[in-house]
Design a protein around this ligand. Structure first.
Ligand SMILES: Nc1nc2c(ncn2[C@@H]2O[C@H](COP(=O)(O)OP(=O)(O)OP(=O)(O)O)[C@@H](O)[C@H]2O)c(=O)[nH]1
Ligand SMILES: [Mg+2]
Length: 415
């Protein structure tokens, strides 16, 4: 919205991120299929190994769910697909290398370290899972520099074609388009994923329904693709931009995008002392999910804990805090599917299981924490968002901009 030139320069780098999101998901599905085939073989021939090629980085929910239901019938087609999709392993690691950093390990932390910027104790490292991450200090910016020299490709499809021919990842993905579709649309695979109770359609970075458009030599990401891409932030990333329009046109804004995972939170504190405002994104659809870095901790509970620490932080006494109750679209989808909040949040009781009631309930909780934990009374600003909806998010951000400006002027008046 406010930095169109920089955005168009970044666009090509996002192509690799989206390809990586896609390929990782295909590899995870292949792992799930391999695992199930191995488990079935182990049941038939108890002495054989239970898993022949289980991948370390696969989503835990997609693995190891052999069940007592009707046996899934895998055929020669599945074995062939596994083989044909094999090169996507190399594509995954090549794309990670191309983007500048290897997969970063998430590690588990104690519940007490929900806000590690508050205490002196380093997080306890226990369980690991892997997710590709953008690192503020190395990969992304360097990778972006490399991509900048290729930027004209985005604007000119003719020039792009010849360059794309050199791009192995793009070539391989495009050549496997039909195999990927065949895997994703296969009824046995669908049933397997269904039994594992993983709705990968709702996972961050889900692009399998767009395969026909993305697995192309000439693929250039749309804004909507980029906004849906998943790339975990490590540490803190800084952006500076001068707004071209709106109430603060001509003024420079500094944004700090901080990594939200527990291990990243230690890096926040130095940015607190002169922040005008903090936009705190709380994913309210996550009431039934656990943290990737610590499977014991409910995501919403973690947001409450973190919000409590932010509200009580003395350095932030004069900072405007704005809550985005985010992922409302996913909350709606979950409730429509019949997931009951009270099964995961007992205090919800017998309230209506709909979005309005749920949002009001969660909002009240955040408001209450703000009221009881803030060192001095502060207004409670909240927005209900689905930030992948760029139109309504633009309106929300307009309101936020005005609110920050008002606060800024009021403080200037007081001085
Ligand atoms: N459906 C839906 N997806 C969302 C929404 N907000 C974020 N996402 C998706 O969630 C994923 C995670 O978004 P990120 O921006 O990477 O998350 P983040 O909060 O920066 O996380 P860290 O970098 O780990 O701190 C992305 O794939 C987004 O597209 C939303 O409101 N609705
Ligand atoms: Mg991030």
């Amino acid at each position: 919205m406010h930095a169109r030139r920089e955005w168009s320069e970044e666009r090509l780098a996002w192509r690799s991120v989206i390809q990586l999101n896609l390929v990782r998901m295909v590899n995870q599905i292949v792992d799930a299929v391999s695992n199930e085939i191995s488990a079935q073989a182990a049941q038939t021939y108890p002495d054989s190994p239970t898993s022949d090629d289980e991948s370390e980085g696969a989503t835990p929910a997609l693995l190891n769910v052999t069940n007592s239901k009707r046996k899934l019938k895998f055929s020669e087609k599945h074995r062939v697909l596994r083989l044909r999709l094999g090169p996507l392993r190399t594509v995954e690691s090549d794309l990670q290398r191309k983007l500048g950093t290897e997969a970063t390990e998430l590690y588990s932390t104690d519940v007490d370290t929900a806000a590690p910027f508050e205490d002196d104790h380093p997080p306890i490292r226990t369980k690991k899972s892997k997710e590709f991450a953008v690192n503020s200090s190395n990969g992304w910016k360097t990778a972006l520099g490399r991509f900048r020299s290729l930027v004209h490709q985005v604007d000119s499809p003719e020039q792009r074609t010849s360059r794309d021919a050199d791009d192995d990842a793009t070539n391989i993905i495009a050549s496997l388009r039909e195999d990927i579709v065949s895997l994703w649309e296969d009824p046995v695979v669908k049933e397997l994923l269904h039994r594992r109770k993983t709705r990968i359609e709702d996972s961050p970075g889900f692009f399998l329904n767009d395969i026909d458009r993305i697995a192309r030599l000439r693929y250039g990401p749309t804004d909507h693709d980029i906004i849906r891409a998943r790339l975990r932030t490590v540490g803190v990333q800084e952006y500076r931009m001068t707004f071209e329009h709106g109430p603060t046109a001509g003024q420079e804004w500094w944004f700090f995008d901080v990594g939200g995972t527990r291990s990243s939170r230690t890096a926040w504190y130095p940015f607190f002392d002169d922040a005008d405002a903090i936009v705190f994104l709380a994913p309210i659809s996550c009431f039934d999910e656990k943290l990737a870095e610590d499977r014991r901790v409910n995501r919403l509970e973690d947001s409450y804990l973190l919000w409590r620490s932010v509200c009580s932080c003395k350095l932030l006494t004069r900072t405007q805090l704005i809550v985005f109750l985010n992922k409302c679209d996913l909350l709606q989808a979950k409730l429509t599917r019949g997931v009951r909040i009270k099964d995961h949040v007992p205090s919800y009781g017998d309230r209506r299981n709909d979005v309005i009631t749920a949002t009001r309930y969660f909002q009240q909780h955040f408001k209450e924490i703000s009221k009881t934990c803030s060192p001095v009374p502060r207004p409670f600003f909240v927005h209900h968002t689905s930030v992948i909806d760029t139109k309504s998010t633009a309106i929300t951000l307009g309101a936020v901009e005005e609110s920050i400006l008002r606060d800024h002027l009021r403080r200037a008046d007081l001085m």
